[in-house]
Design a protein around this ligand. Structure first.
Ligand SMILES: Nc1ncnc2c1ncn2[C@@H]1O[C@H](COP(=O)(O)OP(=O)(O)OP(=O)(O)O)[C@@H](O)[C@H]1O
Ligand SMILES: [Mg+2]
Length: 222
């Protein structure tokens, strides 16, 4: 359960103030597949980054399963992210010098509770599912944009995080690959009761969500 209370993020550039988030209050239930929609600049990425503990709000409170995450130290936030959260970034954020397999295995390698063998097996499995096992030894720059996006999706789900944040994960995918990704999300959402928060601007993605919210100028309007 994620509880969000009057969340605000204000960027001050000289005398200009941008209210990227302007009082967001929202509960996200455990196991919910929530869509976040809204026009460019409405605050979707800002919200996801703050919920994912990658950025801090100007004010407001976020509680995840009873833990007020704004009170965590940087180290505790890093551990929380590593063990409990998964991300698909809008710009993929793959490590350029690591191969596809190494990128996908990386979060598992950093954890003390997952044996290397198991991490490799899980990575192969997920790469097979998204159709990129034959590219496992390639570097990100040797892949197309959509392929890099799929690698980033594989990395985000490989350790079955409790909460998955995905920022326009299908932005560079055709309909067929978008469906593969959304079906994969649906599968982990239903089988493991993982919470998924996904940004999208495609109307047909709504069929996959349990619920969606619409952001405009940093506010929930729908
Ligand atoms: N680091 C920053 N400094 C100043 N303003 C920022 C910064 N990051 C975001 N903003 C502003 O905050 C607002 C929300 O940005 P955000 O990236 O969350 O939008 P978005 O809904 O994800 O848009 P898109 O659909 O284009 O990805 C925008 O007006 C943006 O210009
Ligand atoms: Mg964005």
């Amino acid at each position: 359960m994620i509880e969000i209370e009057d969340l605000r993020k204000i960027y001050r550039m000289g005398t200009v103030e941008v209210k990227a988030l302007d009082g967001i209050t929202l509960d996200i239930a455990k196991g919910e597949f929530l869509g976040i929609m809204g026009p460019s600049g409405s605050g979707k990425t800002t919200l996801l980054n703050i919920l994912g503990l990658l950025d801090t709000p100007t004010s407001g409170r976020i509680t995840i399963d009873g833990t007020d995450v704004s009170n965590l130290t940087d180290y505790e936030k890093t551990m929380f992210r590593l063990y409990r959260l998964g991300y698909v970034f809008q710009d993929y954020a793959l490590v350029p010098d690591l191969t596809v397999m190494e990128n996908v295995s990386l979060p598992g390698m950093l954890r003390k509770d997952i044996p290397e063998e198991q991490s490799r097996a899980a990575s192969s499995d997920i790469l097979t599912k998204i159709g990129l096992l034959d590219r496992q030894n390639h570097l990100p720059r040797e892949l197309s944009g959509g392929q890099q996006q799929r690698v980033s999706i594989a990395r985000s789900v490989v350790n079955k995080p409790d909460i998955l944040f995905a920022d326009e994960p299908c932005a560079n995918l055709d309909t067929e690959n978008s469906r593969i990704v959304l079906d994969l999300f649906k599968e982990i959402n239903q089988e493991m009761h993982q919470t998924i928060v996904m940004v999208s601007h495609e109307d047909w993605h709504k069929d996959y969500f349990n619920r969606f919210i619409h952001l405009k100028d940093g506010k929930i309007v729908d």
